[in-house]
Design a protein around this ligand. Sequence first.
Ligand code: SF4
Ligand code: SF4
Length: 276
Amino acid sequence: MKVRHLLPDEYLSLFETKFTEFQIHETKATCDNCAKSKPQYKKNDDYLPDLKCCTYQPFLPNYAVGAILSQKSEGYKEAQKVIRSKIKNREYALPIGLLPSVKYQVGFQKNKKKIFGQDRDYLCPYFSVKNNSCGIWKYRGSVCTSFYCMSSYGQKGQKFWRHVRHLLSYTEMLLMEEALVHLDFSPRQISEQIEYLDRSQGTAAELKSHRMSPSAFKKHWQDRAQDPEAFYIRSYEFVKSFSKKDYLESSGEIGQQIQDELFAQIEILKAQEKQK
Ligand code: SF4
Ligand code: SF4
C-alpha cells in the first residue's frame, strides 16, 4: 500500500512524494481480523477482538475535527455524533482540538499495561462498534496512523513508523497552531490549552469528571463558545488552503530534518525489500 492511502488528503500536497508514494507492505498487522487477538498471541497481549488496540483516545487537532464534521459520507456519521456530543458536554473540546479528558489521561498512564486491548472503559470514542473498526480512519491522528503492533520489516519497520509518527505529530501541532493564529488566538491562549495534553497528573476537579467546568470552557473559547463546530470547520478550511511553500516556511530547519530522517528510513526499508 502506498503511504498516501493512510493520510488525510490535505497532507498530500505538503509532503514529498518520496514519502507519500512509498509502497509499504505490512502484512503482519491484520487489523480487520486483529492479529493480536488471535489465540497464539493471547498469552502475551490478550487483546479482545472487539477492542483491538483501540483502548486509547488520540488527540485530534482542530482542523481534523473540522474535516470529520465536513465529511458527507455515511461512514463518518457516528463520529460526527460523538464530536457534537463532546462539544455539547464540554468534554475537552477546545480550540486546539479534541482531547481525552485529564481523568482519562491520568487513568490510562497509571494502568496502561492492564488497559491496553482489554478495558472497555477506555475504548476510543471514535471506534465504530458496529463495524469493529476505526470510525475516523484518515483523520485518526499521528499516534494511531503510525501504530503497527507488528511490522513485516521487524525492528527496522518499527523504527520507520516512529519516524512517521514524529513527522505527523510535528505537522499536527504546526497546522493546529497556524490555524489558531489565523483565527486570532494569541501564543499565551494556545499554550494554556496545550497544557492539557500529555498529562499524568490532574487537579482534584480534573480527576472528578470527564467534563470541563463551564468557566474553564468559556475561558478557552471566549466569544466563540456559541459555535465551536463552525470554528473547527474554519480551521479545516484554513488548513486546506495551506500550501507546500507555507508548510516549508513554517516547519523550518527542524521540519526539514525530521523529513530527511524519515527519507533515510525509507531507503533502509527499500534496501531490505531488495534483499528478500
Ligand atoms: S495494529 Fe491493532 S488492530 Fe491491527 S493487528 Fe495490531 S493490535 Fe490488531
Ligand atoms: S482513532 Fe481510530 S484507530 Fe485510533 S484508537 Fe480511535 S478507533 Fe482506534
